[in-house]
Design a protein around this ligand. Structure first.
Ligand code: PLP
Length: 404
């Protein structure tokens, strides 16, 4: 008789977004005349840039001719895309990343989840709290955690690193020593980030203790301040201890097109074994490549026109971030983030719980956000708003906040 992976039985249901969905659906059913504005989900709303659209069309045309048709992509991804990434995302920032260290994928979520395949199940994992839930859930699935402790809102065996207003949302080196450290900077959900010198301390710590850092830079394109690293490889020694994940979702609007990549440097070795070759083996065995037309379109992001157009796209969302941040702050709310990331993390007023504030906002302002407690126990008392809406909806939502 077969057995299931019973680690799945430890997982909490996708409680957060399904609960939000249910509450909003119920409210809309009871109040069909009300216009509910969502600043809750992390999906983009603006169309793909013209250079990307043009290239998608021309790449489809190439697929229609025997001479230019493409089948399976190379294991690591097309060289034209990997060279553009190596040049623009790394070499131009002083990080010497080779094209053989870049693995093209269908997005950062898959890579964040799948990277665990190359690590043993007895590694000790550290995550920031609050956290992008994929890191924790995929480690639960892999048996790297104990049971969920409902009274604490966390999984046994995981090292949680609280990031709150009190520590400026900068994760502190934990008392227990982890083997695998997840860092997401700029951060989802808090919308905050840390300076390069702070990041360097993590790199130094990982090298000293023999830990590996899994660095999620999905929001890199939103960094606006000097002194913030765009890649962990800007830090000295990071190639010996870090894997970096990137996405085309939030910089170029590829959430529905799907493209991302992971960098595994050749210097990264565990007992003499190269993690680059382990990931190459895993990638080649379990993944058959992102579509040619998508990789071709993704490469357009690195052209001068593409760079200009994605700047306009991220600029559109960051205008929303400023409207939310400034509007809420003027209305007396305590707000964080929204400067180097398209998320605003606000403190709930009057010590309300995250879910009480959610209900109040839905009923009194018809605005939907995400309760911070859904991202981890240290998110309690906070609330996440996203800048991915339209300008019109965002402005109206802020006006409604003011009237609250
Ligand atoms: N990493 C973080 C921190 C995210 O917030 C998201 C999406 O919201 C992803 C990864 C997923 O990116 P992708 O669309 O490339 O799978």
């Amino acid at each position: 008789m077969y057995k299931i992976n019973d680690n799945y039985m430890k997982l909490q249901g996708s409680y957060l977004f399904s609960n939000i969905g249910k509450k909003v659906a119920q409210y809309k059913k009871e109040n069909p005349d009300k216009k509910v504005i969502s600043l809750g989900i992390g999906d983009v709303t603006q169309p793909l840039s013209p250079v990307v659209i043009e290239r998608l069309h021309s790449a489809v045309d190439e697929m229609s001719l025997r001479e230019t048709f493409k089948g399976y992509a190379p294991d690591l991804g097309y060289e034209f895309l990997r060279s553009a990434i190596a040049q623009y995302d790394y070499k131009s920032r002083g990080a010497d990343i080779d094209i053989d260290e870049i693995f093209i994928s269908d997005g950062a979520k898959s890579d964040c989840g799948n990277i665990g395949d190359i690590f043993s199940s007895d590694n000790r994992v550290a995550v920031c709290d609050p956290v992008y839930p994929v890191y924790v859930d995929t480690n639960v699935m892999a048996g790297r955690t104990g049971n969920y402790l409902p009274e604490k809102g966390l999984y046994e065996g995981v090292i949680y690193m609280p990031c709150t207003a009190e520590n400026g949302f900068v994760p502190e080196i934990p008392k227990e020593t982890p083997d695998i450290i997840y860092l997401c900077l700029p951060n989802n959900p808090t919308g905050t980030t840390i300076l390069k010198e702070e990041l360097q301390k993590w790199v130094d710590y990982a090298r000293k203790t023999g830990a590996v850092i899994l660095y999620d830079a999905a929001y890199e394109a939103y960094i606006s301040e000097d002194g913030v690293a765009h890649s962990i490889y800007e830090c000295d020694g990071a190639k010996e201890c870090a894997i970096e994940m990137r996405s085309f979702s939030k910089n170029a609007g590829f959430t529905g097109v799907r493209l991302g990549f992971t960098v595994v440097p050749k210097e990264l070795k565990c007992g003499g074994i190269s993690l680059n070759s382990l990931w190459a083996r895993r990638h080649g065995t379990k993944f058959n490549g992102a579509p040619y037309i998508v990789q071709a379109a993704g490469a357009m992001v690195y052209t001068p026109e593409g760079q200009q157009q994605i700047k306009e796209l991220t600029g559109y969302y960051m205008k929303n971030a400023a409207v939310i941040r400034d509007g809420l702050s003027a209305a007396g709310f305590e707000v964080y983030g929204g400067v180097n990331a398209p998320y605003i993390w606000m403190k709930t007023p009057d010590g309300m719980s995250s879910w009480d504030f959610f209900d109040r906002l839905l009923h009194d302002a018809n605005v939907v956000g995400t309760p911070g407690s859904g991202f981890g126990p240290s998110g309690e008392g906070y609330f996440r708003l996203t800048a991915f809406g339209t300008h019109e909806d965002t402005a109206e939502a802020v006006e409604r906040f003011r009237k609250l």
